[in-house]
Write a protein that binds this ligand. Structure first.
Ligand code: SAH
Length: 354
C-alpha cells in the first residue's frame, strides 16, 4: 500500500490540483484548507461540509499531523512554557509571555541550533532538523489557545526568538508566517510579528528582496569584531561591516527600523569602546536597542555587567537620540527566558536517540 501523505505539507494550489485530479470541484481545496489551518481540524471526520465518500477517500490517502503540548510549566510571573512534541517524537519549546498590554508567543524554528553562541543554552544542543511550516504554525495556535484559556485575552504578538535560527530555515519560516497572516489562517498582522536573527548578512538581504512585511531583530551583543568573533562564531563569516551593509539594504527596501538585542557582560563588552562602537553602529539605519538582562546558563564565563555600565550604555545612546530600553527577563524560574530554552527535561532523551 502507498504511504499516506501529509496533507498539511500541501499548499492551497497543490490541494486544488489534487481535487481537480480526482474530479472534484476546485473549491474543495479552500474548504479543506480552512479546516486544516483556520479551524485546526485534527481528523477528516470533522470536515462536515465534505461528503462521507470524499472524507473516506482523504482518510485513505492522507494523514493530518499535529504537534502535541507534552508539558506546560507556569512561572510565578505568569509566563508559560510549553514542551512541544513533534510527529517524530522530537521536542521543542515555545513560550507565552503576558504583559499588561500584550500577550506574546515566542516560538522555535529548529530542533536544537547549529549556531554556537557561547552564552546561549540552546546553542549547546545539536541542531537536529528544521521545523516544518505547520509545526511552527501549531506552536502559535497552542499559545493562542492558552492565552484565551488562562488570560481570557487574545494573542497580540509573535516573536521568532525560541530555539533555532529562523533564517537557516528560511522557506518554512516564511511559509508559516504566510499562513499566520492569511485570512484563511490566523489573519494576524505581520506588523505584530518579529523574526530575530543571529545576523546572516546574505539572508537579511534576501528578506529585503522578498519585501517581507514583518519586523526584524538582530542579536548584536557587540559591534566590534574582536569581541563578537569570540562570543558568536558566526561573526567570522558575517563581520560587523557586512551586517551594516545588509541592514542598509534592508532599510532601503522595507523602510523598517530594526531592533538590536544586546546583553552586556562583565569583562566582555563593558568598556567605553564597546559603547562607542554600538552608538556608531546605530547610525547606519533607524533602530532601537533592547538591552536584555542576562539569563545565566551553566557557563560561568558570562556574568551580567554592573548597573552602572548599563546606565552608561543608555546615556550614550540617548544622547544621540537612539531609543534604548532595558528588558527584564520573564519566566526565569522555569528556564523559559531568552537563551534558556534547552529542553532541560527532555535533553537526556534526545541525546540518547541521536
Ligand atoms: N537565533 C536567533 C533566535 C534566538 S532569539 C537569534 O540569534 O536571534 C534568542 C535571543 O536571546 C537572542 O537575541 C539571543 O542572543 C539571546 N540570548 C541567548 N542567550 C541568552 C542568555 N543567556 N541571556 C539573555 N539573552 C540570551
Amino acid at each position: 500500500m502507498e504511504e499516506k501523505r501529509d496533507i498539511r505539507a500541501f499548499t492551497k494550489e497543490q490541494l486544488q490540483e489534487y481535487f481537480i485530479s480526482i474530479e472534484e470541484p476546485k473549491f474543495r481545496a479552500t474548504q479543506v484548507y480552512e479546516w486544516l489551518w483556520q479551524k485546526g481540524a485534527k481528523s477528516f471526520e470533522d470536515m462536515t461540509n465534505l461528503s462521507l465518500a470524499l472524507r473516506q477517500k482523504l482518510v485513505e490517502g492522507f494523514v493530518i499531523n499535529h504537534i502535541s503540548v507534552d508539558e506546560m510549566q507556569r512561572s510565578s510571573d505568569g509566563t508559560i512554557k510549553n514542551a512541544v512534541r513533534l510527529y517524530d517524537g522530537k521536542v521543542v519549546e515555545s513560550v507565552l509571555i503576558p504583559t499588561e498590554k500584550r500577550i506574546t508567543a515566542c516560538v522555535s524554528s529548529q530542533v536544537g541550533c547549529s549556531l554556537d553562541c557561547h552564552f546561549c543554552a540552546t546553542g549547546q544542543l545539536k541542531r537536529m532538523r528544521n521545523l516544518n511550516a505547520d509545526e511552527i504554525y501549531d506552536q502559535v495556535v497552542a499559545v493562542m489557545n492558552e492565552a484565551e484559556t488562562f488570560f481570557n485575552r487574545p494573542l497580540t504578538n509573535i516573536v521568532f526568538m525560541g530555539m533555532g535560527e529562523p533564517l537557516m530555515n528560511y522557506n518554512n519560516v516564511l511559509d508559516a508566517i504566510d499562513k499566520i497572516t492569511s485570512p484563511e489562517g490566523l489573519n494576524m498582522s505581520p506588523k505584530r510579528i518579529t523574526v530575530s536573527t543571529v545576523g546572516l548578512a546574505k539572508m537579511i538581504k534576501k528578506l529585503a528582496d522578498d519585501e517581507v512585511k514583518f519586523n526584524l531583530a538582530l542579536s548584536l551583543h557587540s559591534a566590534r569584531d574582536v569581541v563578537r568573533d569570540t562570543i558568536m562564531p558566526i561573526n567570522l563569516a558575517n563581520p560587523v561591516a557586512d551586517l551594516a551593509e545588509a541592514l542598509k539594504y534592508w532599510y532601503s527596501k522595507t523602510g523598517k527600523r530594526v531592533t538590536y538585542e544586546y546583553v552586556v557582560w562583565k569583562g566582555v563588552n563593558d568598556q567605553p569602546e564597546d559603547i562607542a562602537a554600538l552608538v556608531k553602529f546605530c547610525h547606519h539605519i533607524p533602530c532601537k536597542v533592547n538591552l536584555i538582562e542576562y539569563n545565566p546558563t551553566d557557563d560561568e564565563r558570562f556574568q551580567q555587567a554592573d548597573d552602572t555600565v548599563i546606565k552608561a550604555y543608555i546615556a550614550a545612546l540617548e544622547a544621540k537620540d537612539i531609543v534604548a530600553k532595558v528588558r527584564h527577563s520573564r519566566g526565569k524560574d522555569i528556564d523559559a527566558a531568552c537563551g534558556q530554552l534547552a529542553n532541560k527535561n527532555e535533553v537526556a532523551e534526545q541525546v540518547i536517540r541521536l
